[in-house]
Write a protein that binds this ligand. Structure first.
Ligand SMILES: Cc1cc2nc3c(=O)[nH]c(=O)nc-3n(C[C@H](O)[C@H](O)[C@H](O)COP(=O)(O)OP(=O)(O)OC[C@H]3O[C@@H](n4cnc5c(N)ncnc54)[C@H](O)[C@@H]3O)c2cc1C
Length: 428
């Protein structure tokens, strides 16, 4: 049975197919059409939203991975769309190239990550879809369409974040940068002090983010900057921080908090007390991503950058009024504005606020309150995470909404890639 990473979304009745070539992919699409089964493409299944959920056919491109070719002079690479981000990073490094930015983890497929507007942090850095230079789709009837700024430009503008409703992405061209090393500096700060200095911290670091620990005044900050310093020869410090503290020990504490929710504030305070400053240097694709083994459910909102601090303060008040049992930090990141039709960052520099709840613990009231606060601040939801918006709400948040609907209709007139969840999103 197919299940997503968090375990909250499953498709017990779906037929999962893993085509190993374009002709097998076309056969799978035609077979699904002949039995009138809806089709969803899945990457690594790391979305919290039920984007891939269906009783029909789930197509995984796991057998279609790898680098196709690199144009070093233009700094553009073509990759199979199912390629996982860690494999993209390693393959590009061998050519002296790198992706400009990444999110927290690197196990997503490149198509899955770009199709939902997955992002990292950095006010001069766009989400991953802004790194796309070209897209090759196979549509429901098996035909191929390529899109770039020079060819099918509207499909390029709208299709970089397409949630898998326009067709199956088989190849993606990426704009790259010369490979670089990053120094990550971790520090502990007071929340209000950090918010007061945020503009300076964001402007003076290539990438900056903060994690606020609920029930405390403490934030963990992370700042990344390009460096010529050599990569750290031993990784034991990183192992202790990321594996032992942030995964093994944190997982045990979460288990304790789930059994005894009254302990959650104390657990969060304990985690805050354990934050210690540190730094590491490594290749960008290694330094930007972390390992996340403790399972959770997540909601995330993109709000205009100047509204972020007020939204965070309101969420903080809301949490303390309701006394939610929380142990996961709230993550707060910056993303540059762009021009992609369904991008949460369309037309504005943004702050992204992510809230999490440990797997198996109640999240509904917490997430509903955060959604109301963020909507009030002009928020747009992360497409891959939990939200309760439908077409009516979404159409008011995206200036190019109608253009996307028209594009979707043109690319998939019979709605083969739609499911009840997606019909709700797109009002079909
Ligand atoms: C632990 C964890 C950490 C995360 N960290 C971040 C983060 O730092 N920043 C952030 O922004 N997000 C983050 N996310 C969210 C995640 O990046 C997105 O949900 C992303 O879409 C997942 O990629 P995936 O390959 O798993 O795609 P899936 O979840 O499998 O699919 C996502 C969407 O892409 C479509 N799709 C996939 N492959 C194709 C294809 N070949 N053709 C057409 N459509 C396709 C699917 O149909 C679906 O609509 C995180 C998620 C988890 C679980």
């Amino acid at each position: 049975m197919w299940r997503n990473w968090s375990g909250y979304v499953s498709s017990p009745k779906a037929t999962v197919m893993t085509p190993g070539s374009r002709s097998e992919l076309v056969d799978a699409l035609r077979g699904a059409a002949s039995s009138n089964a809806p089709v969803r493409v899945v990457g690594a299944g790391h979305s919290f939203a039920p984007l891939a959920q269906t009783d029909g056919v789930i197509l995984s491109l796991d057998r279609l991975q790898g680098l196709i070719h690199v144009d070093a002079a233009r700094r553009v690479a073509r990759v199979h769309a199912g390629t996982r981000l860690y494999a993209v990073g390693a393959a590009l490094a061998a050519h002296g190239l790198a992706m400009e930015n990444l999110g927290d983890i690197n196990v997503q497929s490149i198509a899955g990550a770009t199709s939902t507007g997955t992002h990292g942090t950095g006010i001069t850095l766009g989400n991953l879809a802004t790194q796309v230079a070209g897209l090759r789709f196979t549509t429901a009837d098996g035909s191929e369409v390529f899109a770039s700024p020079d060819e099918n430009a509207d499909l390029f503008e709208g299709g970089r974040i397409g949630l898998g409703v326009l067709g199956v992405l088989t190849e993606i061209d990426l704009h790259l940068v010369p490979s670089f090393r990053l120094k990550l500096q971790r520090a502990k700060m007071d929340l209000e002090e950090c918010l007061a200095q945020a503009d300076t911290l964001v402007a003076s670091n290539r990438s900056f983010e903060l994690y606020w620990l609920p029930h405390t005044d403490t934030v963990l900050t992370k700042a990344w900057n390009i460096t010529d310093e050599p990569a750290d020869p031993v990784h034991w410090r990183r192992y202790v921080t990321e594996e032992l503290l942030e995964n093994t020990a944190f997982g045990l504490l979460c288990g304790l908090g789930k059994t005894a929710p009254l302990l959650c504030p104390s657990i969060s305070r304990l985690c805050a007390s354990l934050i210690s400053p540190g730094q590491q240097v490594d290749a960008s694709h290694s330094m930007l991503s972390t390992v996340r083994r403790v399972r959770f459910n997540e909601m995330e909102w993109s709000v205009p950058a100047h509204r972020g601090a007020d939204a965070l303060r309101e969420i903080r008040t809301f949490i303390s009024q309701k006394a939610f049992p929380l142990m996961f930090p709230l993550e707060y990141r910056w993303v540059r504005g762009d021009d992609i039709w369904l991008s949460p960052n369309y037309g504005r520099d943004s702050v992204h606020i992510s809230v999490h709840q440990y797997k198996g613990m109640p999240y509904e009231a917490y997430f509903a309150g955060v959604q109301a606060i963020c909507l009030n601040h002009g928020g747009r939801p992360h497409w891959g995470k939990v939200h309760a918006l439908t077409a009516h709400d979404l159409s008011r948040l995206y200036p190019r909404w109608d253009d996307f609907l028209a594009l979707r209709e043109r690319m998939d007139p019979h709605g083969r890639f739609l499911t009840p969840y997606l019909r709700g999103l797109f009002g079909h």
